[in-house]
Design a protein around this ligand. Structure first.
Ligand SMILES: [Zn+2]
Length: 92
């Protein structure tokens, strides 16, 4: 049994909320801790903004991770022009 907070045991501090931010967004917190974070975000504007920002960043990550397409439109145009001119064998 952990020592209860001095005040409302359902309350957590901003520092605790920030520490659990990524676990929370990953859904790795247990139901009790997750509910405490929910409650904190609902009552703390600073953390609400912090969590909303982190959520947006995480949402963008899958888009940012894939490697860029190696062949550019220019490369494709040059390749097709060379192929049409008989200077390049398709698939070579
Ligand atoms: Zn806070």
């Amino acid at each position: 049994m952990m020592a209860p907070d001095a005040h409302d045991p359902s309350m957590i501090e901003c520092q605790s909320a920030a520490r659990t931010l990524y676990d929370y967004l990953d859904g790795r917190l247990d139901a009790v801790m997750s509910a405490r974070i929910d409650h904190h975000i609902a009552t703390c504007t600073a953390c609400a903004e912090h969590f909303a920002f982190a959520r947006r960043v995480l949402a963008l990550l899958p888009v940012a991770v894939p490697l860029p397409e190696p062949s550019s439109p220019l490369h494709a145009r040059v390749t097709s022009a060379l192929t049409a001119a008989g200077l390049l064998t398709p698939g070579a």
